[in-house]
Write a protein of this length. Sequence first.
Length: 177
Amino acid sequence: MRFCTSCGADLKLARPEGDDRERHVCSACGLVHYRNPKIVVGAVCRWGYRILLCRRAIEPRAGYWTIPAGYLEFGESAEEGARREAWEEARAEIEIDGLLAVYSVAEMGQIQLLFRARLLNPNVSPGIESLDVRLVDWADVPWNDLAFPTVEWVLRRSLETHGTSGPLVPVFNSANR
Ligand SMILES: [Zn+2]
């Protein structure tokens, strides 16, 4: 961060009064710019005993396999974000079952909310961020060529719960409470 989002002046590192750490503070208007973790949403998408994997076309980790996942947009619910990512990366239409896992990746500034989902049909094809998409048998998961540790963790977690219909963590949305 270099410039104030409000007035465009230079930012400096300073500890606001009463705060316990340095922040990016505007040298002109004094606005404090907080850095907070981003939310990543994604889904393990199942078609029978196969799962949807995408081969990344973009860095980081281009060429490696992942599940559809990406940053949540403002105004989206977590499930909407996961459905959008599945469509964008694999042209996959999915129904969310529930939350499989929450991963806190502090060094990346990320909280990942990863769902289990069911494909509504097996018609998948690469979106612009994917080189290839496949419905892969559990026995054929490329464990050594996964893009990120959280992808491995959530696939193992999904495998553990595969024969069950739950218990997954319910997710509540402000829009439908
Ligand atoms: Zn400013």
